[in-house]
Design a protein around this ligand. Structure first.
Ligand SMILES: *[C@@H]1O[C@H](CO)[C@@H](O)[C@H](O)[C@H]1NC(C)=O
Ligand SMILES: *[C@@H]1O[C@H](CO)[C@@H](O)[C@H](O)[C@H]1NC(C)=O
Ligand SMILES: *[C@@H]1O[C@H](CO)[C@@H](O)[C@H](O)[C@H]1NC(C)=O
Ligand SMILES: *[C@@H]1O[C@H](CO)[C@@H](O)[C@H](O)[C@H]1NC(C)=O
Ligand SMILES: *[C@@H]1O[C@H](CO)[C@@H](O)[C@H](O)[C@H]1NC(C)=O
Ligand SMILES: *[C@@H]1O[C@H](CO)[C@@H](O)[C@H](O)[C@H]1NC(C)=O
Ligand SMILES: *[C@@H]1O[C@H](CO)[C@@H](O)[C@H](O)[C@H]1NC(C)=O
Ligand SMILES: *[C@@H]1O[C@H](CO)[C@@H](O)[C@H](O)[C@H]1NC(C)=O
Length: 375
């Protein structure tokens, strides 16, 4: 045993002089993530021990051997059918970067393959493009790429972590349409565009455009999307009471004509139902900058989202959005069982009172009699 290790030590020391191995394996990983170092070996060596070492592969430089149990930092799997030994290095740190060797133990000189590991920070990028759009609208994000990447896989993901971007991509160039996301690739001008439609406020945040590389780190550009509230002017919560009335105060741009004031109801401003024609909706207090609409005799069904303002609907400008809730509890008639229970309770109360009165009277008479007796 001792002689074997000693032999290896000698060989490894000799090895450090031999810098050009058969083939250099380049491996790329992100800080904090795992990386797999896959080393193929020739037929016939399936049953030989494999290992990964660093530095000059001296006795203390062995990181893991295929005969060993997995360790926290290094784990090993020798796939004898594909003849690839894979060492996973977990939780990468910047100082893990550098030169490693994959080795096959055999009589005589071991077989070595040089491995070069690069480690990068798992965030992107130093420059971030800002883009804005509005709720319910759409946005098109342009992602430029270089001429060598024309035939490479393009992808787009949320967040700013390159390590998980492809895995968590919302859209890729091999699946160009998925729900609200669409990707199109303009090979001539060297950019791909991603269109996100039916935007919501939750779509705000960071995104990455990625281009896959066969070797080396994938290439990323970063975009920060800000989705603004559709209704730029105001959004108000209002509550009304059944049978009573509630008044919406709406902005009125003076440049618009009288007939363009509107109040409509629905989840979206673009597909809401006009309410001005209904008799319970009364227009009042029209001034140069605002108008009011009073909703009379509120019903439970009046609860919901309303939009009002003036001007053409395409004008995203000065609408006000109201969320109206109608408090139905105050005027709700109680359940019939309530009356029955009430009557029962009242009856009981009456009986108890009568009994008490009688008892009291008896007691009075008694004390009176007693007093008479004592006198
Ligand atoms: C080799 O790996 C060991 C264990 O991870 C580490 O302590 C040592 O610094 C490494 N040597 C080099 C030159 O990277
Ligand atoms: C060691 O970890 C590898 C994954 O890196 C796994 O494939 C293998 O089964 C594990 N071996 C043992 C003995 O747990
Ligand atoms: C970022 O902005 C620059 C300059 O406006 C532009 O050339 C580039 O294509 C943009 N990149 C992305 C990803 O939108
Ligand atoms: C309106 O009420 C909702 C919850 O019903 C709340 O999330 C929102 O912040 C409120 N908006 C305003 C302007 O008070
Ligand atoms: C607006 O309405 C008022 C009265 O309601 C009317 O006198 C005026 O001519 C109207 N203006 C336009 C531009 O229709
Ligand atoms: C109206 O538009 C909103 C928001 O765009 C959407 O959530 C809702 O489903 C639409 N309703 C109808 C009836 O189309
Ligand atoms: C009319 O609108 C003004 C604000 O523009 C408001 O102060 C006033 O109370 C409103 N009057 C009625 C009767 O709603
Ligand atoms: C929105 O309101 C502001 C003042 O409150 C006004 O200056 C502007 O012209 C309005 N915009 C539109 C599109 O009506």
């Amino acid at each position: 045993m001792w002689s074997h290790q000693n032999l290896q030590l000698m060989l490894c020391t000799a090895l450090s002089c031999v810098s050009s191995a058969a083939g250099l394996i380049l491996v790329f990983g992100y800080e904090g993530r795992d990386v797999m170092v896959s080393c193929p070996y020739d037929p016939g060596y399936e049953r030989y021990q494999k290992y990964l070492c660093n530095s000059s592969c001296g006795y203390s430089d062995f990181l893991i051997r295929s005969s060993q149990e997995n360790k926290t930092k290094y784990s090993v799997y020798d796939d004898k059918t594909t003849r690839v030994v894979t060492v996973t290095i977990s939780d990468l740190h910047f100082d893990d970067a550098g030169k490693y060797w994959c080795g096959v133990t055999r009589a005589g000189k071991d077989i070595y393959t040089e491995v070069q590991l690069e480690v990068k920070a798992d965030r992107c990028c130093d420059t971030v493009n800002q883009t804005q759009s509005t709720e319910e609208g759409s946005v098109t994000i342009s992602c430029p790429y270089d001429s060598q990447s024309v035939n490479k896989l393009k992808f787009f993901c949320r967040g700013n972590r390159p390590s998980t971007c492809l895995q968590q991509a919302v859209i890729t160039s091999s699946n160009t349409q998925d729900g609200r996301f669409r990707l199109s690739d303009d090979r001539k001008s060297g950019l791909f565009t991603v269109t996100i439609s039916s935007l919501t406020l939750k779509d705000s945040g960071s995104y990455l455009c990625g281009v896959q590389r066969n070797s080396g780190f994938d290439v990323f550009t970063a975009v920060e999307l800000e989705v603004k509230e559709w209704c730029c002017a105001k959004s108000k919560n209002m509550s009304g009471v059944m049978e009573r009335s509630v008044t919406f105060q709406c902005p009125y741009a003076p440049q618009h004509h009288n007939d363009t004031m509107f109040l409509c109801k629905g989840d979206g401003a673009s597909n809401c139902t006009d309410m001005m024609g209904q008799s319970r909706f009364v227009l009042s207090n029209v001034s140069s900058s605002s108008f009011s609409v009073t909703v009379t005799k509120l019903e439970a069904g009046d609860a919901g989202t309303y939009w009002c303002g003036s001007g053409p609907e395409a004008n995203v400008g000065n609408f006000t959005r109201f969320h109206l809730s109608v408090d139905a509890t105050l005027h709700q008639l109680p359940h019939p069982a309530f009356y029955a229970l009430f009557a029962l309770a009242a009856g009981l109360l009456l009986m108890v009172t009568l009994v008490l009165v009688k008892v009291y009277k008896n007691k009075c008479h008694k004390t009176l009699r007693e007093r008479k007796v004592s006198r």
